[in-house]
Design a protein around this ligand. Structure first.
Ligand SMILES: [Zn+2]
Length: 291
């Protein structure tokens, strides 16, 4: 498919860095951060939206509540970043919904750890502490996105840098956003790129092409564009995206992609009744998901 270039903005203000690729415990981290060009969102043509991924934002701060990690700033900028993530995942027919943080999680260790660069094993520790603190979304099919100042395996985030880390097939990502980035479009696009990349890992995608960096693919470390191949899109809906080995999914599950049921417009009384029925089904499905 031909790439669609959705915008071209400031190419120079953003530096998205640091690929983290190293073994930890029983899992190989396939994660990280990407893209030095910044600015444009370049994707393939959108597909009909058939599925949704829900992401829970969790914002950390120091013990006592000071120095909260940079989030998406105000509602307008939040909506803008979410829309850019939607632009990226629309090429797979996937809508991404981000739930705002309900409160600030006061945990200095989660915010920045105790070493620099931060120990990569802190990833598991952050999620263990989050679980104990009860700040993770209770729905195992919601992806948890913990905002920090320093991503495990990296140095503290720069003001114009965004870092991300996740594990293949697990529920969760850790993101560190430079404080300037929410303030300008290229910066918000950089945030969208990294969050979209980490969502890809959570849907089961690895770094393609042997992990080569800077390629025109969302999942390439430091990828030059946000494009996904047809094979990658097939993979997230196929068995490759599922990981039923519970031992390797300590903080969630699989099935992050939820089918979206569309309700047709009523054109007659009969159609209206049918619509009511469809609404009941949708409602039931909603309750099941929430349980
Ligand atoms: Zn990655």
């Amino acid at each position: 498919m031909f790439p669609l270039q959705l915008s071209r903005t400031n190419q120079s203000r953003i530096a998205l860095v640091r690929a983290v690729l190293m073994p930890v415990l029983v899992t190989v981290i396939i994660a990280a951060i990407h893209r030095t060009s910044g600015g444009a969102i370049i994707v393939n043509a959108p597909r009909d939206i058939t599925h949704q991924v829900i992401v829970q934002m969790i914002q950390t701060a120091e013990d006592g509540g000071t120095n909260p990690a940079t989030a998406f700033d105000n509602e307008l900028r939040f909506a803008n970043i979410e829309s850019r993530i939607d632009d990226i995942w629309a090429q797979a027919g996937v809508d991404v919904r981000i739930l705002p943080a309900l409160s600030v999680w006061q945990d200095s260790f989660a915010l920045h750890g105790t070493s620099s660069p931060r120990d990569v094993s802190d990833f598991a520790e952050i999620f263990a502490r989050a679980s104990l603190a009860g700040v993770l979304n209770p729905d195992p099919y919601v992806l948890n996105m913990i905002l920090v100042d320093t991503v495990p395996g990296a140095f503290p985030v720069g003001t114009n840098t965004v870092d991300g880390l996740s594990f293949y097939g697990r529920n969760g990502m850790v993101i560190a956003i430079g404080e300037n980035l929410p303030l300008f479009q290229a910066g918000r696009d950089g945030i969208a790129h990294v969050v979209a990349h980490e969502i890809g890992h959570n849907l089961g995608l690895t770094h393609p092409f042997g992990g080569a960096v800077g390629l025109s693919n969302l999942m390439s470390p430091n990828g030059a564009t946000e494009q996904l191949t047809d094979a990658q899109i097939d993979a997230i809906f196929g068995t490759e995206a599922r990981n039923d080995d519970i031992a390797s999914i300590p903080f969630g599950g699989t099935g992050f992609l939820r089918p979206i049921t569309t309700v047709p417009e009523p054109t007659s009384n009969a159609a209206f009744l049918w619509t009511m029925c469809a609404a009941c089904l949708a409602n039931r499905r909603f309750r099941r998901i929430k349980s």
